[in-house]
Design a protein around this ligand. Structure first.
Ligand SMILES: Cc1cc2nc3c(=O)[nH]c(=O)nc-3n(C[C@H](O)[C@H](O)[C@H](O)COP(=O)(O)OP(=O)(O)OC[C@H]3O[C@@H](n4cnc5c(N)ncnc54)[C@H](O)[C@@H]3O)c2cc1C
Length: 427
């Protein structure tokens, strides 16, 4: 085994996704020498749109990257949730008022554009960006840590950040858990607006929720593209079949939805699909000088649209604690910085991961429970922010700053007898 010939780094970041690159940039801004090791041939992102809420645009502003993001994304006017069966409106957010409430906008952006923003920012900040570097093992060298590459090389630094995603190798140091399959699968599409062939309000993030399925759409790239996500529970997955989430299941899952949703299904990319996994929360993210970040630490189901945001918040929080632990002689109290990071981020992310599971269950209800959910959502005032306060406010740096969570309203608080009299049952 040979040691990497590259110049020494203070921090190695494994994984050049949105989490790894944003953390690398945040630490380079603090004057650290940072190297990113990415397994792919090139840095890039597959997929389509991302929603980024005020708790993320606030950080982009702090990084001086918000204007670039705004120039590439779309600032929608509203987010509207509708019932996927009958198409009726359930609740909405006025995103212009929401920006006023939280001080920063709610944006939608192509994920490759957001990734590109961080990649360019890393280059400007002097981050050493290495591709074709697959890490197979990690070890603490006290002080410091070392990574082993698949091609036999090794590299080391004072701190190693593992931002290696859902199937993180580093996570095995801290937990023997495995990804948890939800049996749901996502199909995506991001297509030029000329190909859409129907009228779509690109100023709206639209979410249709239905029995065992949902459908999301919004505009991208200044309204030049339409982004769609169609998600459903796979009967083949539930039956234990290997090849699950297939296109025939997509068609069947949306066959009984309203015309607006059905009109979007033919546009979905059929050659790619994303099976939905998360992992149970873990509260320990630090092993010596190796630390987890992003999906490696807290992969969520995507229903809260906070996965990439949490990853970006992780890097921002870590960098703020590094800055606070920097002594005048240039030394950094790394153990203090890592402990401060671990004191605040796992609990916040635990809340998001578990709420995303519950939010997904609520979206996909059928029968009477669906009617109860609809009644609860319709009763919410558009300008009631009690359900978003815990998530869209400033990212907490300490446990004391973490806001309290919302109080859930039980479904069975809605009178079922009344609903059966007045509402049409689900098919
Ligand atoms: C359908 C869908 C919709 C979503 N919508 C939203 C949304 O609207 N808003 C939002 O905030 N989030 C959303 N998310 C979640 C978001 O995409 C992820 O949480 C986020 O991309 C995680 O970023 P990451 O950098 O931590 O991990 P990843 O993006 O998985 O990046 C990990 C990187 O590490 C590299 N890597 C892995 N293993 C190794 C190794 N051994 N050696 C070297 N490199 C390695 C990989 O190649 C990859 O580049 C969505 C997810 C899905 C599936």
């Amino acid at each position: 085994m040979t040691t990497s010939p590259a110049s020494p780094a203070d921090v190695l970041v494994v994984g050049g996704g949105i989490g790894g690159l944003s953390a690398a940039f945040a630490l380079a801004r603090e004057g650290l020498r940072v190297r990113v090791l990415e397994q792919a041939r090139e840095f890039g992102e597959v997929g389509a749109g991302l929603q980024i809420a005020p708790n993320c645009t606030r950080i982009l502003h702090d990084y001086g990257l918000l204007e670039e993001a705004k120039s590439l994304g779309v600032l929608p006017r509203s987010m509207v949730m509708r019932d996927a069966v009958d198409g009726s409106e359930l609740t909405r957010l006025d995103l212009l008022d929401l920006e006023h409430e939280y001080g920063f906008p709610y944006m939608v952006i192509h994920r490759s554009d957001l990734h590109g923003i961080f990649l360019r920012a890393c280059r400007r900040a002097g981050v050493d960006l290495v591709t074709d570097a697959r890490i197979t093992a990690y070890e603490n060298t006290a002080p410091g840590a070392r990574v082993l590459l698949a091609d036999g090389r090794a590299d080391q630094a004072r701190i190693v950040i593992a931002a290696d995603g859902l199937r993180s190798v580093a996570r095995r140091l801290l937990s023997d858990d495995e990804p948890v399959s939800s049996s749901y699968v996502a199909y995506r599409a991001a297509v030029p607006i000329e190909q859409v062939g129907r009228d779509v309000d690109l100023g709206e993030v639209s979410v249709h929720v239905g029995p065992r399925c949902h459908f999301v759409q919004y505009g991208l790239r200044g309204g030049g593209m339409l982004n769609q996500v169609a998600v459903f529970e796979s009967p083949k997955a539930l039956a234990g079949e290997e090849d699950w989430g297939t296109p025939d299941e997509l068609d069947a899952a949306f066959a009984a939805t309203c015309p607006e949703v059905r009109a979007g299904i033919p546009l979905m990319w059929r050659d790619r699909r994303w099976r939905m996994f998360d992992r149970d929360p873990i509260m320990t993210w630090v092993d010596g000088d190796i630390v987890l970040l992003g999906d490696a630490a807290h992969p969520p189901l995507q229903y809260m649209a906070q996965g990439a945001i949490m990853a970006i918040e992780d890097g921002w929080v870590l960098a703020r604690h590094v800055a606070a632990s920097h002594a005048e002689d240039g030394t950094i109290d790394w153990q203090g910085a890592l402990a401060a990071y671990e004191a605040v981020r796992p609990e916040h992310c635990r809340r998001v991961v578990t709420t995303a599971r519950a939010w997904g269950e609520l979206w996909h209800l059928d029968g009477v429970a669906r009617l109860q959910r609809n009644a609860l959502l319709r009763a919410r005032d558009t300008y009631d922010y009690s359900f978003t306060e815990w998530i869209y406010g400033p990212t907490a740096l300490t446990p004391e700053e973490e806001p309290p969570m919302f109080t859930p309203i039980p479904l069975d608080s809605v009178d079922v007898a009344d609903l059966m009299d007045t509402a049409e049952p689900a098919p």
